[in-house]
Design a protein around this ligand. Structure first.
Ligand code: SAM
Ligand code: GLN
Length: 271
């Protein structure tokens, strides 16, 4: 099989052209540009077989990041497995907001609740090496992926297992970030996301339970003047604003994602 034919096989299976190129580039350890310049080259049979299996998985809806084992987030190459949510570009909005609140070279205690691949925690630590970063998850399998990412990137993050605030009793933070599961249990989009861990996507019910628990516990775990920044569903900004105001937060505001949906809401605990 030649490279040209391999790329045509993707089209026949209905796999996106870019994804097909990225899968073949990954198998050959070459760039997409190299592929296009060598479309008459023959593939070694074992490579062709592996590529065929990759294409079949992609055609079945497996995220590209799980097949190639990697996803870029906020400039960092993160390894991902089906134990963790594939980090989304929208979540970079949350990280950028955090970086605005953290002056460079100033120490601060930062917490990432529900860290998954470690995306938020590692991006903050990478951009602000002076801060101390704690990251939690209820999934031990996710924490193992996050810890391996931290090690490979040589970024120091303190990983803690447990449900939301439970493992953090008595600790106070200057800034708390979370992209919790927020999709409603009966949402029509969940079946399309079936390859990712259900517990990373939905807290079941109306989708707000994790956000409620995080907001309810936050005042006891933030220093006065500390900030809580949350990612949420496109239709949850009003509900999250109400939760924050009800818990006594001020300066409550919402920011939009790259698709211009209201996506992150945060507030400050009064001094
Ligand atoms: N922070 C990562 C990101 O933005 O890519 C992952 C976010 S994913 C939407 C939510 C994460 O919260 C998952 O890793 C999931 O295991 C974790 N989680 C779910 N329930 C939790 C709980 N009760 N306590 C702590 N973490 C929880
Ligand atoms: N934003 C993700 C999606 O819609 C869901 C992530 C989450 O529930 N926090 O695919």
């Amino acid at each position: 099989m030649r490279i040209r034919e391999a790329l045509a096989a993707g089209r026949e299976l209905g796999v996106d052209r870019l994804d097909t190129q990225l899968l073949l580039a990954h198998r050959l350890q070459r760039t997409r540009a190299w592929l296009l310049a060598h479309d008459d080259d023959a593939l070694e049979p074992p490579v062709a077989a592996q590529f065929g299996a990759d294409l079949a998985r992609r055609a079945a809806g497996v995220p590209l990041a799980y097949i190639v084992g990697e996803r870029e987030f906020h400039g960092l190459a993160l390894q991902v497995t089906p134990a963790v949510l594939v980090p989304r570009p929208d979540t970079e909005v949350l990280v950028d907001w955090a970086l605005e609140l953290l002056p460079p070279e100033q120490p601060a205690q930062v917490l990432d609740l529900g860290t998954g691949s470690g995306a938020i925690a590692l991006a903050v630590k990478h951009a602000r090496p002076a801060v101390t970063v704690v990251a939690t998850d209820v999934s031990e399998a996710a924490l193992a992926v996050a810890a391996a990412n931290a090690k490979r990137l040589a970024l120091e993050v303190d990983f803690v297992a447990g449900a939301w605030w439970q493992p953090l009793a008595g600790r106070r933070f200057d800034l708390v970030l979370s992209n919790p599961p927020y999709i409603a249990g009966d949402d029509e989009h969940l079946p399309a996301l079936r390859h990712e861990p259900r517990g990373a996507l939905t807290p079941e019910g109306d989708g707000l339970d994790a956000l409620r628990q995080i907001v309810a516990g936050a005042p006891a775990q933030l220093v006065p003047g500390g900030w809580l920044l949350l990612e949420h569903g496109y239709d949850q900004a009003e509900a999250v604003q109400a939760l924050l105001l009800g818990a006594g937060f001020t300066a409550v505001t919402t920011r939009h994602d790259l698709g211009t949906q209201p996506r992150c809401t945060g507030g400050c605990l009064p001094r």
